[in-house]
Design a protein around this ligand. Structure first.
Ligand SMILES: Cc1ncc(C[n+]2csc(CCOP(=O)(O)OP(=O)(O)O)c2C)c(N)n1
Length: 660
């Protein structure tokens, strides 16, 4: 089945990879030279993609989880007909080129399915994609017409399997029997610092079988037939599959088999040695005509044929099930039905759990937003992150809308990203704010990938109470506010919480964190959706709109700000209270609006938030005051802890009165 042109094609990939690192004076030749055959077989014999329509909804997904293998990945995309040129390959890693050091879905080469590079996260994202595929297939495929039916593949490396995320994600995928998830494991036993035997004795196959996966072994990573047979078999089983492929890092180069092959660009001399070892006799950057044709026939044409077949199925689907057709299109366009008329409202003065608001909102909107699904890292009972009239997503209940992510915050976040990258869903996930640190790098990666995820992060301060310091977020709010392209909203009450949900749902390219207190808070007068949309607004104005001073509060501390204002007003101080649920949304307002909320010449300003003070200087100035917490908390009732740490109206008043 494989012939000399296939062998020549693999050599071409290897030579291009080596030349890219040589020209860039950086990059990763090791895995690129070693894994070229397995990706060649995958791309030319299995992967169904349409380079002219890189967003085709039923394409196979391929995640370069070992994101450093771009010198292999970009030539594959180029030769397959995606929109990049030889000049792009030659510009690898140069400033502003689309051939970035690691694959990026935003601003890099078309056809990239996930931004990778932080090792291991691609495994979680590919599991999310595979889960999304089964979920959409269950909802949309008709008895006689299939519109969603594809595989998800990923290339993974030794280092990735050492990452904890590989455990979390594989455990999830095995339990969920994500049978169309296939990992190609580049097993070269070398990482950056040397042999992995220095670090692990784990047998990956035994480990993955324990998770409920099928495992296969390809003893020789250059054996195209064996690789093909393994992938062919993996596609037939009812479990996810790990295909371990034995390779030599830096195959054919002078550094072959050694640690320096990982990230040392191939030298001029090394290129000559590689060419000699591969029996390659072409000028630099040559793609032999037969190779170019092989990619066109075996990736491009094969992909177009699959696409054309799908289009005719899709037309039949549109005829037979027009409502589903419309819903599926809406979902993939990330369009939202208007839900403003069915959102819950709350009586001013009533005490309300913001966590229960999550449940109220989800229950209200889930019928009108059928592509909304999600879950929690084992805290749905606490955060109400569930669709109450739907079941649990499982192998025999794929249309169900509740994802039991398990106690795996990092995997939850990567799986959410994978679901969003796949397309066709609005997805939420939840845990405690302090534990979102477990998922931090994935939240960062979601922001970088512009994924509109909804994170419901509760127990957002010392108000978490008796569980103590470990469960009480301190620095997390400011930490997440510091992540680019991430909106953090800390609603003051139920009204603002509903608004936060609306903003999160409407987002198309920014993830949203809704930071929520464990404790019940009163529903305040004058809190508004419009105000939340603007990030900050005057909740309680000063007399004549001429404030002597301003008290800024967020979340559960807005009530503290209001109580402090009452005391100050009684003592003759004409203060205003500003609710500031979101720094990011406020920063996005024009300066006139910002100045109307925080008049520049009103210098007596004080902020109150039960978290780190660092950063509040931006809004209160160096001459203002901040009532916050810069130490870890302790166990106690939330009411007593607020007093212990000075998050009280009395303390706000005292600090305010010290301002000149
Ligand atoms: C989370 C994370 N930690 C560390 C790194 C830096 N890093 C890049 S590749 C790598 C390990 C390389 O070993 P392996 O995964 O086996 O890849 P190979 O050397 O075979 O290319 C490390 C530590 C990273 N990219 N991501």
């Amino acid at each position: 089945m494989f012939d000399q042109t296939d062998e020549l094609s693999v050599k071409t990939l290897r030579m291009l990879a080596a030349q890219m690192t040589n020209k860039a004076h950086s990059g990763h030749p090791g895995i690129s030279l070693g894994a070229a055959p397995m990706l060649y077989v995958l791309w030319t014999r299995h992967l169904n993609v349409n380079p002219d329509k890189p967003r085709w909804i039923n394409r196979d997904r391929f995640v370069l989880s070992a994101g450093h293998a771009t010198p292999l990945y970009f030539p594959l995309l180029y030769l397959s007909g995606f929109a990049l040129t030889m000049a792009d390959l030659q510009a690898f890693r140069t400033t502003d080129s689309i051939t970035t050091g690691h694959p990026e879905v935003v601003g890099s080469v078309p056809g990239i399915e996930a931004t990778t590079g932080p090792l291991g996260q691609g495994i979680g994202m590919s599991a999310g994609m595979a889960a999304a595929e089964t979920h959409l297939a269950a909802q949309f495929n008709l008895a006689d017409v299939t519109v969603m039916d594809h595989y998800t593949y990923a290339l993974v490396s030794d280092g990735e399997l050492m990452e904890g995320i590989s455990h979390e994600a594989a455990d999830f995928a095995g339990k969920q029997a994500l049978s169309k998830l296939i990992l190609l494991y580049d097993s070269n036993n070398i990482d950056i610092d040397g042999a992995i035997s220095r670090e692990t004795i784990t047998d990956a196959q035994t480990r993955f079988r324990a998770y409920g996966w099928d495992t296969l072994m390809v003893a020789d990573g250059n054996d195209l037939e064996a690789i093909d047979a393994a992938i062919t078999f993996a596609k037939t089983t009812d479990k996810p599959t790990l295909i371990e492929v034995n390779t030599t890092i830096g195959f054919g180069s002078p550094d072959a088999g050694q640690k320096q092959a990982h990230g040392t660009p191939v030298s001029d001399e090394g290129l000559q040695i590689l060419a000699a070892n591969l029996d390659w006799d072409y000028p630099a950057w040559t793609v032999p005509a037969a190779v170019a044709t092989r990619f066109i026939t075996h990736v491009y044409d094969r992909g177009i044929a699959a696409y054309d077949q799908w289009v005719s199925d899709y037309e039949a689907f549109a005829d037979k099930a027009p409502a589903k057709f419309e819903a599926l299109n809406m979902s993939f366009n990330h369009e939202l039905a208007d839900v403003t008329d069915i959102l819950p409202t709350y009586t001013v003065g009533s005490d309300q759990s913001i966590l229960a608001v999550n449940g109220d909102v989800i229950d209200a909107i889930s019928k009108r937003i059928p592509d909304l699904w999600g879950g929690s890292a084992d805290l749905a009972g606490s955060t109400y992150a569930r669709v109450s009239d739907s079941g649990l997503f499982e192998a025999d209940n794929r249309a169900a809308r509740n994802l039991a992510f398990g106690v795996r915050e990092f995997a939850m976040s990567t799986i959410m990203s994978g679901i969003a990258l796949h397309g066709g869903s609005h997805v939420f996930g939840s845990t405690f704010l302090a534990f979102a640190d477990y998922a931090k790098n994935s939240i960062r990666l979601a922001a970088l990938q512009q994924l509109p995820l909804i994170y419901l992060l509760s127990h957002d301060s010392i108000g978490a109470g008796q569980d103590g310091a470990t469960h009480q977020a301190i620095e997390q709010l400011m930490q997440f506010r510091n992540v680019p392209n991430l909106t953090v909203i800390r609603p003051a009450d139920a009204t603002e919480a509903v608004a936060a949900w609306q903003i999160a749902l409407e987002s198309s390219s920014t993830p949203t964190i809704i930071s929520e207190p464990r404790q019940v808070v009163p529903t305040l007068a004058n809190t508004t959706t419009t105000g939340v949309r603007r990030g900050a607004y005057t909740l309680s104005p000063a007399a004549n709109d001429k404030p002597e001073g301003i008290i800024i509060g967020t979340g559960s501390e807005v009530q503290v700000a209001l109580a402090a204002a009452e005391q100050l007003r009684a003592a003759g101080h004409n203060v205003a209270v500003v609710s500031m649920p979101s720094f990011e949304l406020f920063v996005a307002q024009d300066t006139a609006y910002q100045a109307s909320v925080l008049p520049p010449n009103t210098r007596r300003r004080i902020a109150v938030e039960a978290g780190s003070t660092l950063g509040w200087e931006r809004y209160v100035g160096l001459d203002g005051a901040i009532v916050g917490i810069d130490q870890f908390g302790t166990s106690g009732t939330d009411a007593e802890l607020m007093i212990k740490y000075g998050i009280t109206a009395e303390n706000v008043v005292a600090q305010y009165l010290k301002l000149s």
